[in-house]
Design a protein around this ligand. Sequence first.
Ligand SMILES: Nc1ncnc2c1ncn2[C@@H]1O[C@H](COP(=O)(O)OP(=O)(O)O)[C@@H](O)[C@H]1O
Ligand SMILES: [Mg+2]
Length: 287
Amino acid sequence: MSGASHFVEVRNLSRRFDVSKPWLNRLIEGGGRRYVEAVRDVSFDVDKGETFALVGESGSGKSTVARMLVGLMSPDRGSVTIDGTSITGEASRSEQRALRRRMQMIFQDPYASLNPRWRVGRIIAEPMLALKVVPSSADAASETARLLTLVGMSAGDMRRYPHEFSGGQRQRIAIARALAARAEFIVCDEPTSALDVSVQAQILNLMRDLQQELGLTYVLISHNLAVVRHMAGRIGVMHAGRLVEVQPARQLFVSPQHDYTRMLIGSVPQMSSAMRRASSTRGAPCP
Ligand SMILES: Nc1ncnc2c1ncn2[C@@H]1O[C@H](COP(=O)(O)OP(=O)(O)O)[C@@H](O)[C@H]1O
Ligand SMILES: [Mg+2]
């Protein structure tokens, strides 16, 4: 693993969860502790400006990897290094804080990740003010207006509440908030899985446009290969906590190495043609 360094370096990540019954139940009913090996020895790199996808069925460990990538959870073993700074180990607290600002996570359910009692303007301005990326609240307001426009909403939406928007619009708001923190590395965990197929394509197109404009680096997580197919440079396939194969996206469909990957590909066709139709109606080029 020596040689040139990558923007994101993930090495031998492992994490298990204790899913034992409570102590008293174990005592009375018998039986020992039980563990789920959620992530086992996962290593990969992501280059700046790249989209690296993680696919795999539900329970394969994708979200656990995502949480460890952005420092929301610490691994039992292994390391995550971003732009030369370890988020899992030795870096100083101020270094880690500086690093946290540069990475954000986008979740499947944008409603759960947006404070329902705050207006959209406050939701987007809050990280800017907290992280002091703008000097004043007036600057935060004008920056919020700019970001809303950037994600295809209008500046006037600042005055509205999350419940007044559709799922797709809420995901746009969540993306604007991630950008408000000046994130460079965004981990998107099933960002479109709760959305209608036509809206999925719009959000994915938006993500791709923003990537090109801002040079963002993505880890895109989905249980659905069709979603990542046109987004990712490389795709990693997760199965039962392990990364069983990593290939350039195009190559993966031509020569999958693992039986499990073949099975995932077998479940794609109808979905991918629906996605292609939906995205071509917007006139965006599809590689
Ligand atoms: N906080 C937790 N406590 C106990 N088990 C967990 C926890 N989080 C995840 N798991 C288990 O770890 C495994 C991987 O989960 P997850 O990373 O959420 O997979 P995915 O995102 O691919 O669906 C699953 O078996 C899940 O039940
Ligand atoms: Mg998940």
